[in-house]
Design a protein around this ligand. Structure first.
Ligand code: GTP
Ligand code: MG
Length: 495
């Protein structure tokens, strides 16, 4: 925790999105949260908010002192009523931030909420920075950094599948997984440090202990409580880290989605296919070649995976500036695609134009779609196998919808590489986490290499320590304030 971070002030923000809604919430957190509420909220029963028990809800009025002279005791005529509202009291440390938290559930109008916020600020609260409530929760140890980040992920999730993963992260599943790796490595580290700091112990025994060929559990005098011995423990930690890294592609896809680019020569039915996949006539379709010029992007969810579908211009030989730009845009999109959907017109034989596009497709993650299968087909399996060995070929009709369910299934399978298809609870979806895990992996590989090369155990110990530090950056146990600020600045105000 940053010793400079001050908790002595009370923060406030509108916690609900801007605009009109059934309710709108103004949230307060800090030592004066209840004192501020005493000044601006009259509970119907006459009790003060600061007299209320934790985790209770109270009906009453948000008020502001009326202009002009007022009496000493609370008299209703001395106050102007701003709104009828519910007050929620959650006392620290068992609150979201770990501090006293008050939430005012007002009517969801922009002016009302701005007025209530002004009132609490006038009574001494200060406007919260983006993510400051969650930052306080983290700094007060209510959650680690992976859990804080999961809060943001849940808010931003584009699909149910990603909400599920984020909820597990919020619950602490990733924290627990990282904790078990850390514990293993700490055992190794303390063992190594003991060996370094007490060299009068039997050095040979120590080195036998760390030997790569030593059988797990069958090694000499234990330096740690892990009976498998440090080297075996390091390898186990490395395997755990790699298992987490292996989930990162799937995690990234669930978070960001898949960019699927529909390409092919003019008139094969790319825009018709886009419309069919979107179930709406988004792109112009016509029998003229070169109908589409701009790229057309639309999101669609396939079995919970967010896809960004991109329809491109089929033009191959541009005539004039506009078509040149169309070709440039198509190429750019194909270059950045996660998945290419290469469309052919099955009612015609493969042409030189189709063939010209093949090299740009075959080295990619691509699905080959033979469209217009409602018409007599002119391309057969041997031709497809010859030109697209190793690629999945799907026959569809954008016109009749034939083959579309199979195409959707193929797209989903092409997007999610693993066997599990989102059945896991822990996925590394955050690049920051993935980078730190790669760093931990590198450090442990260095530890093994340094040990094998007979280098002093001091160096091996440093490597293991570096791996632990990398894990600590993920959980926030060891993180600098600038990075922390950056992470929380992406949050919305009021969270
Ligand atoms: N019979 C049949 N016709 C289709 C099918 N799909 C598209 N078409 C027709 O093929 C023609 C071209 O369709 P588009 O979707 O505009 O083709 P495109 O590939 O986007 O063409 P460009 O934008 O010019 O590159 C239109 O007349 C469509 O009605 C299909 O599955 N079956
Ligand atoms: Mg088109």
């Amino acid at each position: 925790m940053d010793p400079l971070y001050k908790f002595d002030d009370t923060i406030a923000a509108i916690a609900t999105p801007p605009g009109q809604g059934g309710i709108g919430i103004v949230r307060l957190s800090g030592p004066r949260a209840l004192a501020v509420a005493d000044k601006i909220f009259h509970i119907k029963s006459g009790r003060l908010p600061s007299e209320c028990l934790s985790h209770t809800v109270h009906f009453g009025h948000v008020v502001q002192k009326a202009a002009g002279p007022t009496g000493g005791a609370r008299e209703d005529q001395d106050f102007d009523m701003i709104d009828e509202a519910l007050l929620v009291v959650m006392r620290g440390p068992k609150s979201y931030t770990g501090e006293d938290v008050v939430e005012l559930n007002c009517h969801g109008g922009a002016v009302i909420l701005a007025t209530v916020l002004r009132l609490v600020i006038e009574q001494g609260a200060r406007l919260a920075e983006p993510g400051e409530f969650t930052k306080r929760a983290f700094l007060r140890g209510r959650m680690d950094l992976t859990q804080a980040e999961a809060v943001l992920d849940i808010i931003r999730a584009k699909t149910e599948a990603f909400v599920k993963i984020s909820a597990h992260q919020l619950k602490g599943d990733l924290t627990a997984a990282l904790g078990s790796i850390r514990e293993r490595l700490m055992d190794v580290y303390t063992g190594l440090e003991a060996a370094v700091n007490f060299p009068e112990d039997d050095i040979q025994q120590q080195s036998r202990f760390f030997r790569a060929d030593s059988a797990p559990g069958g090694v000499g005098r234990p330096l740690s409580r892990n009976s498998a011995g440090p080297l075996a423990a390091t390898e186990q930690a490395l395997a755990q880290i790699r298992a987490l890294i292996a989930t990162s592609t799937e995690g990234r896809i669930l978070r960001d989605g898949i960019k699927a680019v529909i390409c092919g020569k003019p008139n094969v039915g790319k825009s018709s296919l886009l419309n069919r996949l979107l179930r709406q006539p988004r792109a112009i379709v016509s029998p003229l070649e070169g109908t589409t010029r701009d790229t057309i992007e639309e999101p669609v969810s396939i079995n919970g995976i967010p896809f960004q579908l991109v329809d491109t211009a089929g033009i191959l030989h541009p005539r004039g500036l506009i078509e040149e730009e169309a070709v440039r845009r198509s190429r750019l999109c194909m270059g950045s695609a996660d998945l290419i959907i290469f469309v052919l017109d099955g009612s015609k034989e493969l042409s030189a134009e189709d063939e010209a596009l093949i090299p740009a497709v075959t080295d990619k993650n691509a699905l080959i779609v033979v469209n217009k299968c409602d018409l007599p087909l002119k391309v057969d399996d041997p031709i497809m196998k010859k030109f697209f060995p190793g690629h999945a070929v799907v026959r569809v009709s954008a016109l009749t919808e034939e083959g579309i369910p199979e195409l959707l299934d193929r797209m989903f399978k092409a997007a999610v590489p693993s066997e599990s298809h989102c059945s896991r609870n822990i996925l590394i979806s955050n690049t920051r986490h993935a980078e730190a895990l790669f760093q931990a992996e590198r450090s442990l590989l260095e530890a093994s290499a340094h040990f094998a090369s007979g280098l002093s155990l001091e160096f091996v110990s440093e490597d293991v320590k570096a791996a632990i530090r990398a894990l600590d950056q993920i959980t926030g146990r060891d993180i600098d304030m600038d990075l922390l600020d950056k992470i929380f600045s992406e949050f919305c105000i009021g969270k």
